[in-house]
Design a protein around this ligand. Structure first.
Ligand SMILES: [Zn+2]
Length: 251
């Protein structure tokens, strides 16, 4: 899972790029360069200058040291006019930063300072058009995701998603067009519309479900503990239930 710091820095990188009068900005921009898949933390495009800038976020030294992309020939500096590394203040020494990259530092009040200027790459390995396309897609996806998230943000941050027993999804009924939340099995193919007067059988994959969060056994345990404490009800443990049945048989 992405650390909170990394996420925060990525967002600050986006704001910084936007302030540079860039026309199109996005985080998590996916692209392919010479068959290598890459995801840039933040990309900004300036149409007038016909330039792309990429900011790669490093929240810790270990994060920086284990990144092979930064040191390799097909790094972010190879595909855009300018590439930067953004870190908390004092994390890296100037000399450690790969040649063409700039170094940006952010303080505790989110002020970003240029510590080292990047060297312009006059012949990027990706066409600007390709980066515009990729950045446009990422920006559109982010916007749509945000619209959806207003209704159904995963406030658990995926706390119960390991070995999930069920997913909470939002899905629109093909018939009545009502959008509702459903708890479904990971392999569920069909669900019944929650609108009583409708009851349409919704084909899950065709309904393009939006995944809100997941629930596992740990969640079930904690939920039933709370329910027990509150004397609401006790979720029966299927194993002990079976045992009771066989006990009855033998007696
Ligand atoms: Zn319906």
């Amino acid at each position: 899972m992405e650390s909170n710091t990394h996420q925060h820095l990525k967002h600050q990188a986006l704001l910084w790029l936007k302030a540079k009068m860039t026309d199109l900005c996005a985080t998590e921009v996916k692209f392919v360069v010479q068959r290598r898949k890459r995801t840039a933390d933040a990309v900004g495009i300036n149409m007038k200058r016909k330039e792309a800038r990429i900011v790669e976020v490093k929240a810790s030294r270990s994060d920086f040291l284990r990144d092979e992309v930064l040191q390799g020939e097909l790094g972010y500096d190879a595909v855009a006019a300018y590439a930067y590394i953004l870190t908390p203040a004092g994390l890296l020494k100037k000399e450690e930063v790969p040649e063409r990259y700039g170094l940006l530092e952010i303080d505790e009040y989110d002020n970003i300072k240029v510590i080292k200027r990047p060297v312009k790459n006059k012949k990027p390995k990706l066409k600007l058009e390709t980066l515009i396309k990729r950045t446009g897609r990422a920006a559109t996806n982010a916007f749509l995701f945000q619209q959806e998230s207003k209704l159904s943000r995963d406030k658990t941050n995926g706390a119960f998603e390991k070995k999930a027993l069920a997913h909470l999804v939002r899905i629109t009924c093909a018939q009545c067009k009502k959008r509702n939340s459903y708890v479904i099995a990971p392999d569920a193919e069909e669900i019944t519309c929650a609108v009583k007067t409708c009851g349409h059988k919704i084909e899950v994959h065709k309904g393009r479900p939006f995944h809100v969060t997941s629930y596992n056994e740990d969640f079930l345990k904690q939920l039933s503990q709370v329910a027990e404490q509150k004397n609401i009800y006790v979720v029966e443990d299927p194993v002990s239930k079976e045992k009771n049945v066989s006990d009855q048989r033998t007696s």
